[in-house]
Design a protein around this ligand. Structure first.
Ligand code: PMP
Ligand code: GLU
Length: 402
C-alpha cells in the first residue's frame, strides 16, 4: 500500500520517455475484456496460436530431468549456438562459428543488445517505415535517435535505394531492415536487397537485419539472408532471428543474433551484466526445434497460408478497405482511411486509433492502430488465430463498416 510522503521516487529520463509496446498493450486490453466474460475477436498480438510442437516440449522435460536447471554461459550454451550455425549453413550456405552467435531472451532482447552495443548518443539509426513498434523505442533507449523513411503502399511498403541514399547523414550509423516485415508482410526480393546493399557498401552504415519471419513466406516469395548475399555484407551485418514465430515458441523467449566476433563479444558482455543468461531449459528446447523434424514448420506455414487467403478474400468484400497482399509473416495491414470522418458504433472515427477503439468496443474486434507502426490510415490484423475466429471477427467488422 502506498503511503503519503513528500518524497517522490524519481524515474530516469530514459524510462520516462519509453512508450509501452502498443502491440502488448492491445493484447492486454483484450485479456481484460475476456476476464469480464466478453468474447473478443483478438487479432492484436503477433504470436502463433499453435502450441509448441510435441517433440520440442519433450526436449524441455528431458532437459529438466537431465539437470539442466542452472545458469549457462552468458551468451548461451555451445550446443545451441552450434545448432544455430548448422541451421544457417544448411539454409543459406553461410558460415558462422559458435562464438559469432549470441542467444538472448527473445529476438526483442537480441535487438536491444545489438543496438546497445553499436549505437549511442549522437548516432542516428535509419528505419524504413511502416516498422515494428518496438524499433523506435529500443533505439531511443540507447540515447541514439532514429530517422524514419516513409515507404508507401505504391512501392510495396519497401524502401528504394534512392530513399536510403537520401536518408544517410554524417550521423547515420545503422540501418534496420525487417524482411519479411511486421506489420506489412512485405518481403524484399534478393534483387531489391542487392540494390540496397550497393548503397550500404558505399556508406559507413552497419545493418541490423531482423529476419524473424524468414520461415513464413507464401507463394513465390523467398526470404533472403542479407549477410549471406556478399562477403562485404557479412562484415557489417548483425542478423536477428529466433524460435518465437517459426516454432510457435513465443513464451520460451528464444532469440539470437549472429555477426562479427567483436560485436557479438560486446553483446555478450552487456548480456552477462544484464541477465546472466537466457533460460537454460528454453535453450535445450531450442536445440530440439532447430535440429528436429522440420515438418511442424511446414504444417504451420501451410495453415498460415490458408488463413492468409481467407483474410484476403474476406477483406475484399468489406467496403472501404484496401489491402496490398502480404508475402510473408502473419499480418494483414490494411487501409481504413476511407472510414475516417464517419460515426461508427455511436463514436466518431477520425484516425487509426479511434477506428481500433470503435472496432473493439462496438464489434469486439481487436486490431492494432497503424499509427503505432508509423502508418496512420492503416490497421494491423494478426491472422495467427483460428479460421473460425477470423470469420467471426470479419463478420463483425463487415457489419460495423457497412
Ligand atoms: N522482430 C519482429 C519484427 C517481431 O515482430 C517480433 C515479435 N515479437 C520480434 C522481433 C521479437 O520476437 P521475440 O522477442 O518474441 O523473439
Ligand atoms: N511481435 C509481436 C507483435 O508485433 C508480439 C508482441 C511484441 O513483442 O510486441 O504483435
Amino acid at each position: 500500500m502506498q503511503t503519503k510522503s513528500a518524497y517522490q521516487m524519481p524515474v530516469s529520463p530514459m524510462a520516462a520517455a519509453v512508450q509501452p509496446s502498443a502491440t502488448l498493450a492491445a493484447g492486454a486490453k483484450a485479456r481484460q475484456l475476456k476476464t469480464q466474460g466478453i468474447h473478443v475477436y483478438d487479432f492484436s498480438l503477433g504470436e502463433p496460436d499453435f502450441t509448441t510442437p510435441e517433440h520440442i516440449m519433450q526436449a524441455a522435460a528431458d532437459a529438466m530431468k537431465a539437470g539442466h536447471t542452472h545458469y549457462t554461459a552468458a551468451s548461451g550454451i555451445v550446443e545451441l549456438r552450434q545448432a544455430i550455425c548448422r541451421w544457417y549453413k544448411k539454409t543459406y550456405g553461410i558460415d558462422y562459428t559458435a562464438e559469432q552467435v549470441i542467444v538472448s531472451n527473445g529476438a526483442k532482447h537480441s535487438i536491444h543488445n545489438t543496438l546497445a552495443s553499436i549505437v549511442g548518443p549522437g548516432d542516428e539509426v535509419i528505419i524504413p517505415s511502416p516498422y515494428w513498434v518496438s524499433y523506435s523505442d529500443l533505439v531511443q533507449m540507447t540515447g541514439a535517435t532514429y530517422k524514419l523513411v516513409h515507404c508507401s503502399a505504391e512501392s510495396g511498403f519497401k524502401m528504394t535505394p534512392a530513399q536510403l541514399k537520401a536518408a544517410i547523414s554524417p550521423r547515420s550509423k545503422l540501418l534496420m531492415l525487417n524482411s519479411p516485415s511486421n506489420p506489412t508482410g512485405a518481403v524484399y526480393s534478393r534483387k531489391e536487397l542487392e540494390s540496397l546493399a550497393d548503397v550500404v557498401l558505399d556508406s559507413n552504415l552497419a545493418v541490423l537485419s531482423d529476419e524473424i519471419y524468414e520461415q513464413l513466406v507464401y507463394g513465390d516469395a523467398q526470404a533472403t539472408c542479407f549477410a549471406a548475399m556478399r562477403k562485404e555484407l557479412y562484415d557489417r551485418t548483425i542478423t536477428i532471428s529466433g524460435a518465437s514465430k517459426s516454432y510457435a515458441m513465443t513464451g520460451w523467449r528464444m532469440g539470437w543474433a549472429l555477426g562479427p566476433l567483436h560485436v557479438i563479444k560486446a553483446m555478450g558482455n552487456v548480456q552477462s551484466q544484464q541477465t546472466s543468461c537466457p533460460s537454460s531449459i528454453s535453450q535445450y528446447t531450442a536445440v530440439a526445434a532447430l535440429d528436429g523434424d522440420q515438418q511442424c514448420v511446414a504444417d504451420m506455414r501451410k495453415e498460415f497460408a490458408a488463413r492468409r487467403e481467407l483474410v484476403l478474400r474476406r477483406l475484399k468484400e468489406i467496403p472501404g478497405v484496401a489491402i496490398l497482399p502480404p508475402d510473408g509473416a502473419f499480418y494483414a495491414f490494411f487501409d481504413v482511411s476511407k472510414h475516417f470522418g464517419r460515426t461508427l458504433g455511436g463514436k466518431p472515427v477520425t484516425d487509426s486509433a479511434s477506428f481500433c477503439l470503435v472496432a473493439l468496443e462496438a464489434a469486439h474486434v481487436n486490431l492494432v492502430q497503424g499509427s503505432a507502426f508509423g502508418a496512420e490510415g492503416y490497421v494491423r490484423m494478426s491472422y495467427a488465430t483460428s479460421r473460425e475466429q477470423i470469420n467471426g471477427g470479419l463478420d463483425r467488422l463487415e457489419q460495423l463498416l457497412k
